[in-house]
Structure formats: structure tokens, C-alpha cells
Design a binder for this molecule. Structure first.
Ligand SMILES: Nc1nc2c(ncn2[C@@H]2O[C@H](COP(=O)(O)OP(=O)(O)O)[C@@H](O)[C@H]2O)c(=O)[nH]1
Ligand SMILES: [Mg+2]
Length: 252
């Protein structure tokens, strides 16, 4: 049986490392990501005869990368060899955390949500309709209390199940009409081009005005009409207005 690889991704302080420790116990080692001084934590465990590798990624708020840590996490999520991502989110601060979740789903990633800090949420009387949330995200949502190991078994089962699936379910992402219109056009323009990321996600990033993606696209040998389409978009549209539109739509 081939090993299964799980990556833990989420905002800083959502409980990734606590969960990582609980999953992997003593069998873990710490190194560096290639070429950078960012710490890389890897470990493994066995579940019903299946060996499972786990990678603890640096904390991120979005897939926009600004620091070395964020670049490491983003690149691993996009191009790494994980079979499934456990997206650890802080249940007592769910709105902010779901911003990254939405981006992971948008990327077509296979994710399982660990709704961590369930104890904190309960203390603050924050209640969840887990079924509804799971339906909205089209992904399993498992409440966890990482340092107590609560939810661990269900989480592992859900992650291994997701890892075996051939592809993720994509939830309906609803953008404001103005942004959706431009994303659609940009996606058409980018479809079929040799891109490092999926066309849909790249289109969202272009409309958002993500500097790092725009730079990446500039450096690619894309046909002139595609490059012009991208340049013209930013010549004629204010970057700020769309960034807000896209971000607002993800929240609402
Ligand atoms: N109350 C509570 N605290 C938690 C839980 N999971 C992690 N923590 C605590 O939250 C803090 C941040 O956790 P850590 O694993 O370092 O987060 P990371 O930045 O995502 O790796 C630590 O003090 C943990 O002990 C949980 O489920 N409930
Ligand atoms: Mg950590």
C-alpha cells in the first residue's frame, strides 16, 4: 500500500503543530525546506495498517504569498505531493479562518476541515451547524480539540477517505456580479495556456491584482494576446475595487 501524505494548513495559532504532535507522537523530525531557513516538520503514523506521512506547514492567512514562510506553504499546497490537506481552523474565529479555506477549495484542493478549538468555541457559546457548514464547503468538517486528541479518529478517517477520492468537490463560489463577470472573461483568456496553476484560480488572482501572480505570468512565454489581455485589465480597472469585491464575496 502506498503511503498517504497529509499536509496541515491553516492560520497561525489555529493548532496545527498541536495536532501534528498528537497525530505523529514521537515519530517526527525537523529539518528545513529546501533553499530557505523555514523549519520543516514531518512525521508519520500508522492507521489500520496504512502508513500516513504528515507535514506541518507554516501558518498562512491566504494563498497570497508575502513572506518566505507563506511562499513555502503556498508552493507546497499548490505543487507539493500531499494527497489531502487538513485545513485546521480556529472555531472561535471562524470567519477569518474560512478565508483560506475558500481559497483552498477554489484551487480544487482536496481538504478536510478540522474545526479546532471546539472547547474554546463552546466556552464562548459559539455554536455551529456542522452539517450545514460541511454542505456549504462541500468538504467534511470535524470538530477537534487538538491538545486533548478529541476528534482525532474521525479526522483521520475523513482525511484518508478524502485522500482516496479522485478529485475534490468544488463548492459554488459566489462572487459579486462585477467581479464574477471579469473572472469569467479572464478564465476564458487563460484557459488552455500552459500555466503553473489552474486557470480559474489564476483568473481570480489576476482580477484581484495579486502582484506575485502577475509577475509570474509576465515571465511566462504566453501568447501576446493573453499578455495584452492581462495588462489591459489592469490599465482599465482599479486594482483596489476588485480586490475588495473578490474578498467581500468570499466572506458573504
Ligand atoms: N483550548 C484549546 N487550545 C488549543 C487547541 N489546539 C491548540 N491549542 C493551543 O493553541 C496554541 C497554538 O497552537 P499551535 O499548535 O502552536 O498552533 P499553530 O500555530 O497552528 O501551529 C497553543 O497554545 C496550543 O496549546 C484546542 O483545540 N483547544
Ligand atoms: Mg505551528
Amino acid at each position: 500500500m502506498k503511503d498517504i501524505k497529509i499536509a496541515l494548513a491553516g492560520n497561525p495559532n489555529s493548532g496545527k503543530t498541536t495536532l501534528f504532535n498528537f497525530l505523529t507522537g514521537a515519530s517526527q523530525h525537523v529539518g528545513n525546506w529546501p533553499g530557505v531557513t523555514v523549519e520543516k516538520k514531518e512525521g508519520s503514523f500508522t492507521y489500520e495498517g496504512q502508513t500516513v506521512q504528515v507535514v506541518d506547514l507554516p501558518g498562512i492567512y491566504s494563498l497570497g504569498a508575502f513572506s518566505q514562510d507563506e511562499l513555502v506553504a503556498r508552493d507546497y499546497i499548490m505543487t507539493g505531493d500531499a494527497d489531502v490537506i487538513i485545513n485546521v481552523i480556529d472555531a472561535s474565529n471562524i470567519e477569518r479562518n474560512l478565508y483560506l479555506t475558500a481559497q483552498l477549495l477554489e484551487m480544487g484542493k482536496k481538504i478536510v476541515v478540522a474545526l479546532n478549538m471546539a472547547d474554546e468555541a463552546e466556552k464562548r457559546q459559539i455554536r455551529f451547524n456542522i452539517e450545514k457548514l460541511s454542505e456549504l464547503l462541500a468538504a467534511p468538517v470535524i470538530p477537534t480539540v487538538a491538545h486533548k486528541g478529541q476528534g482525532k479518529e474521525d479526522l483521520i478517517k475523513a482525511a484518508l477517505d478524502m485522500a482516496q477520492r479522485s478529485e475534490a468537490q468544488t463548492p459554488p463560489m459566489i462572487y459579486k456580479a462585477s467581479a464574477a463577470h471579469h473572472i469569467g472573461h479572464m478564465e476564458e483568456l487563460l484557459e488552455g495556456q500552459d500555466l503553473p496553476y489552474p486557470a480559474k484560480w489564476t483568473a481570480v488572482k489576476v482580477v484581484e491584482g495579486d502582484a506575485s501572480i502577475l509577475e509570474t505570468l509576465q515571465a511566462l512565454p504566453l501568447p501576446a494576446r493573453v499578455k495584452e489581455g492581462i495588462e489591459n485589465f489592469h490599465k482599465y480597472h482599479s486594482r483596489d475595487s476588485f480586490e475588495l469585491d473578490v474578498v467581500d464575496s468570499r466572506y458573504s
